[in-house]
Structures are given as structure tokens and as C-alpha cells.
Design a binder for this molecule. Structure first.
Ligand code: GLN
Length: 309
């Protein structure tokens, strides 16, 4: 397929945004986090950052939303930078085939979560980077990383969202305590979970998120935050585990490494070509943005950007 110009891509995004604006079935917001349940479901935004640094966007692409589990990609990058391969003693690299908040495989695997993107795995990663630091230092590091990645200082944590999740965090607390029972938690579960909920409550717009993902796409102008060898591996995990028990379906339909969050955002990486962010608050049965997934599928079809050619 011939390379598409920014003007061609603008037409593609406008068409996708129009179709998504009219979509009758928009999914349901994450109701287990009351602050997220209140977000208006009629919103849709999409943004691309291209190899030459240009941004192409449509819809509500500059509205900030809760990045939730998309934060797990960035904390993984930070944890690998700090602990290197030692991290893999505490978390696996296999798809779970289970819901993002499932506890099922934890018992079978003796407290070692399947991968860094299911909740248990991300809680273990956060626990690992908390080692020797205070929660506020870990969160400041994360914000610094995101602001450098996006080259934008206007990225913050929404404390009301964090408090709303923490007040209802029974399941995640159970995951943390279960890992503690197997010796796979180094800090008190309340401390690790408080940090985790704040990390998930970072807010970014599609434009900011697409810019923050440039380093993962290996785009020429991107800040060099992580080595190319690690970028390859983070992308591999995004492709195989980034959408939980819908990771296979996302790979089949879209063919790009991606990471979703229950705030309705998805970050997808077209290596060497573009970093892509989409947002619509309504989720499908697997907890991934319903219209976001559909938009990614349309975009991949229109551009031919699938990593599988
Ligand atoms: N903070 C959310 C949770 O732990 C993140 C889940 C998600 O985005 N899939 O439940």
C-alpha cells in the first residue's frame, strides 16, 4: 500500500470520528469506579503522531481522560529501567486468557501474575518500583516520565478518580494480599494499592497520549527513554497481553501492539510509522473501549499498518 500523507490520514480520521459519533451502541462506562461511571458516553477522540512529528486528530482528541491501565505500559518501562530482567522473577510474560482483574491463575501460579498488564501483574510492578521509595516519589517519577515522553508538562493525576477507585478496591486488594501470601509483595498492600490507583488516575488527552507513545513506535524525533531492545519487548507484551482476554482478537482485527484502559482509552503502536491514541468511555464485555477497538480496526484497515503486513 502506498504511504498515506497527513492529509489522507486526516480524511480517514474524520470519517472514523463521524462513524463513531453516530454509533448507536457505545458500550458501558466502568461502573466499578464511580467517578468513571459519570463520564459522558457520547465522547470520541482519536490522534496519531507520525514519524515526522505531525499530529493528525479528530473528535474529542484534546479532552483529558483517565488513562487507567494504559499507565501499566509506562510503569513497566520504568520498572525494567530500574530492575532490569530481575523483574521477571516476580511477573510472567504470557497472555492470561482471563479478565483483567481475575484471581484465578494467581493460585495456580503461586502468586506470580501471568503478565505485567493484568491487574495483579501491574500491582506487582508498582510494588517493585516502590522498593526504597515513597509513593509520592514513584508517582512524581511516573509524571516526569510521561511529561518527557509527551514533551508536555500539562499531565496530572486526578485525585478524585484515585480516591473513587481506592474506596472500591476490594478485588485489587485481594490480588495484592494473595500475592503477599506467596511472598510476592514487598510493601504493605495498602501502600502499593494506593500508589497503583493514583498511577491509573493519570489523565491525558489522545494528543498527549499519542505523543507519549512515540518512543514505543521508535519515531525519529521521540525522546530516547528506553533502549530499542526493551521497546521491542514492551511491544511484544502489548501485542500478546495488552487487551487481556481480547488480546488475540485485537491482534487479529488490528494487528498492532496495543494497551487499553477502563477509562476507554487505547494506545496502539505502528512501529516506525505512528503512535495512535483513541478514546471513547463505553467498554465492551472484556473491559476494552468498544468504539475505540472498532476505530482501531477501521484505521488499521485503511492504512495497512498491521505489523503482519
Ligand atoms: N485501575 C483499574 C483497575 O485496577 C485499571 C483496570 C483497567 O484499566 N483495565 O481495576
Amino acid at each position: 500500500m502506498e504511504a498515506l500523507s497527513a492529509a489522507d490520514l486526516q480524511l480517514v480520521l474524520d470519517e472514523i470520528a463521524q462513524a463513531m459519533r453516530e454509533a448507536p451502541d457505545r458500550g458501558t462506562q466502568a461502573c466499578y469506579i464511580p467517578e468513571l461511571a459519570r463520564v459522558a458516553p457520547d465522547q470520541f477522540g482519536i490522534a496519531l503522531c507520525l514519524a515526522d512529528g505531525q499530529i493528525v486528530q479528530a473528535g474529542d482528541a484534546t479532552t483529558a481522560f483517565s488513562i487507567q491501565s494504559i499507565s501499566k505500559v509506562f510503569t513497566l518501562a520504568i520498572a525494567l529501567g530500574r530492575l532490569g530482567d530481575q523483574l521477571w522473577a516476580r511477573v510472567g510474560r504470557e497472555p492470561s486468557g482471563a479478565a483483567f482483574n481475575s484471581i484465578v491463575s494467581l493460585e495456580h501460579d503461586k502468586g506470580i501474575p501471568r503478565n505485567p498488564f493484568v491487574n495483579a501483574g501491574a500491582i506487582a510492578v508498582t510494588d517493585a518500583i516502590l522498593q526504597g521509595l515513597q509513593p509520592r516519589e514513584v508517582l512524581a517519577d511516573l509524571l516526569r516520565f510521561l511529561r518527557m515522553a509527551a514533551e508536555d508538562d500539562d499531565i496530572h493525576i486526578n485525585k478524585a478518580v484515585a480516591a473513587s477507585e481506592l474506596a472500591n478496591a476490594h478485588r485489587n486488594l485481594a490480588l495484592a494480599e494473595f500475592m503477599a501470601a506467596h511472598g510476592n509483595l514487598r510493601n504493605p498492600s495498602a501502600l502499593t494499592l494506593g500508589t497503583y490507583c493514583h498511577q491509573c488516575a493519570v489523565e491525558m488527552s489522545c494528543v498527549q497520549l499519542a505523543r507519549a507513545g512515540r518512543f514505543l513506535a521508535g519515531l525519529p524525533g521521540a525522546p530516547r527513554l528506553v533502549s530499542p531492545a526493551r521497546i521491542r519487548r514492551i511491544n511484544a507484551l502489548m501485542l500478546t497481553c495488552g487487551h487481556y482476554d481480547a488480546s488475540g482478537d485485537f491482534a487479529y482485527r488490528v494487528g498492532l501492539p496495543g494497551k487499553s484502559g477502563v477509562g476507554g482509552g487505547i494506545l496502539a503502536i505502528a512501529p516506525g510509522r505512528a503512535s495512535i491514541a483513541v478514546w471513547s468511555p463505553g467498554l465492551n464485555a472484556q473491559g476494552n473501549s468498544k468504539l475505540g477497538s472498532e476505530a482501531m480496526e477501521r484505521l488499521a484497515r485503511a492504512t495497512g499498518w498491521s505489523v503482519f503486513g
